[in-house]
Design a protein around this ligand. Structure first.
Ligand code: FE2
Ligand code: FE2
Length: 241
């Protein structure tokens, strides 16, 4: 199977593969699925170490947010796996786009957006216990319907994808990227607050902001004195999960 993005785009587009066509069949157990998830994560790491490290941090934040939002265990398991593999579709995106130092052209951006569809396509080949492929497909949808690949709006976006999009954005903002430097932790938190109810589910965004506040009051010195508060937050969240 080729993961070449151009071929994938010709073969199927967002409209060709509606979200409804990705169905869970006979589900495997979480324990049976775990080595498959791990193998796929290692494949990602072999191709792009930075994306894998980003995914590992997103996984810690996502599980903490899902638990704080009182989501059921089955959904937390799906979110845990989806967070680690949410960008697996980037295996199908050429390096010249993934590592481009400057801004992408509109055409290049359309190619990169395909990673959500490619990722869901890869993951739909096995029956994970929970909506893994759906979460991955929709992790770039926006609450107001302006996201991709399907322009879903509000609660039509799977809850796992609504959780993932917030922490994915937080980690992307607080990390160095080829085309820009990391944004400070406080600015990233403020941006998520501002995008509450436009980009993000307002309820889940509020839960995220509560976690940040709880961390702040639990370890005010650690967070305020650190030169890398995002990394401190990661350690605090990881120890609380
Ligand atoms: Fe993504
Ligand atoms: Fe991501």
């Amino acid at each position: 199977m080729s993961f070449n993005v151009i071929r994938c785009r010709r073969k199927r587009s967002a409209r060709d593969v509606p979200a409804e066509s990705i169905k869970d069949g006979r589900e495997m157990t979480v324990d049976v699925a775990r080595p498959i998830i791990e193998a796929l994560a290692r494949a990602m790491a072999a191709r792009d170490r930075l994306t894998h490290q980003h995914s590992q941090r997103v996984q810690v934040y996502a599980v903490a947010l899902a638990r704080k939002a009182s989501l059921p265990d089955r959904m937390v398991h799906a979110i845990r796996a989806a967070a680690l593999l949410h960008d697996i579709g980037k295996l199908g995106i050429p390096d010249r786009l993934l590592h481009k130092a400057g801004p992408l052209t509109a055409h290049e951006y359309e190619d990169v957006k395909q990673h959500a569809i490619i990722g869901a396509d890869i993951l739909s080949t096995f029956d994970f216990p929970g909506p893994l492929a759906r979460i991955v497909r929709h992790h770039h949808e926006n609450w107001d319907g302006t996201g991709y690949p399907d322009g879903l709006r509000g609660e039509n976006i799977p809850i796992g994808a609504r959780v993932l999009s917030i922490v994915d954005c937080y980690d992307a903002l607080t990390s160095d990227r080829p085309y820009r430097s990391a944004v400070p932790h406080e600015s990233a938190v403020a941006m998520i607050g501002e995008r509450r109810a436009t980009k993000y589910d307002p309820h889940i965004a509020d839960v995220f902001l509560r976690i940040v506040n709880d961390m702040r009051s639990a370890s005010p010195r650690t967070l305020s004195s650190s030169r890398a508060p995002a990394r401190v937050l990661l350690r605090l969240v990881a120890s609380a999960v």
